[in-house]
Design a protein around this ligand. Sequence first.
Ligand code: NAD
Length: 327
Amino acid sequence: MKIAAFEVRDDERESFADESQRVGVDVELHAECLAPSNVGLAAGCDGVSILGQSHIDAAMIDALADVGVKVVATRTIGYNHIDLNAAKRRGIMVLNADYAPNGVAEYTVMFILLVLRNYKPALWRGQVYDFSLEGLQGRELRNLTVGVMGTGRIGATVIQCLTGFGCRILAYDPHPNPKVAEHAEYVDLETLYAQSDVITLHMPLLDSTFHIINRETIAKMKDGVVLVNCARGELMDLDALIDNIEAEKIGGLGLDTVETEGDLIHRDRRTDILTNRGIAYLRQFPNVVMTQHMAFYTDAAVRSMVSCSVDGIRAAIVDGEFRTRIA
Ligand code: NAD
């Protein structure tokens, strides 16, 4: 069995070596994204393993099928970069990863606290020996209501973490989870928007969730609302975020993912001028904390992402088992 892995970072190489030896498959590692120009690298492979920057559209599915690939396994939980319908049409199996939700959930809680306690301006000031307190007064979670949109694996774990802080927790999901209902109150979206001091997003990017946070929905929220996004950037309309931060309708943002992040994330761009106006502008606000799509990035998650894809492809081909099949 042979697998071609793309977008392989240096920190993944050891896990790939361990996992390929453990399950007995041959894995070729490539640092570049899977693209039309290099699809030939997958020729003769049973499966390909990718991350989120490889765009697997219908043409790429055709190209992969033509060189004999049977399984596409993304080492990510999100799969909005893969055309699932095209894969079904060409009979290519698609797997995603199901690493533990704890890393992203903990990161979300960290973001909520960073924004509520004005950590970014406090850090800036301390760097230049300004130890004043003015404007840095924070808020305590026990006095606040947190709205969680999407209560799947990550949203449910966020709620579990938040129970220790004593805040009121509201939840919205088209498919409520009875276990979550023990700790959070399921409400409709209008109620969640109207009553939450903090709103955090944990749903997939779908046609139906694209720009779910927009000018109209923000207008329904409390003044000074804190928004956190550790899911996908396109869930929030970037221009609407900028206008509402300027207008002080939004009191703070914690963004691990942002619309238009595209080619910026996970690359060293220190010597470039940042030509992405939305991101360059938004990141200057003291009440906006942004990171480079790294909520997932823990030792345990990286090992698990590699193992999910290598063993997932092996199990699909050899055993006919599909633990994380999405197409
Ligand atoms: P999951 O499939 O377990 O849960 C998603 C939940 O969203 C489901 O319960 C679903 O019913 C719900 N949902 C669907 N449409 C909704 C809507 N309109 N409103 C509210 N809820 C809706 O997925 P998960 O493992 O919890 O991951 C959630 C998302 O987090 C992923 O799709 C991925 O995009 C993102 N993610 C980001 C990172 C990161 O590093 N920033 C890492 C992992 C996952």
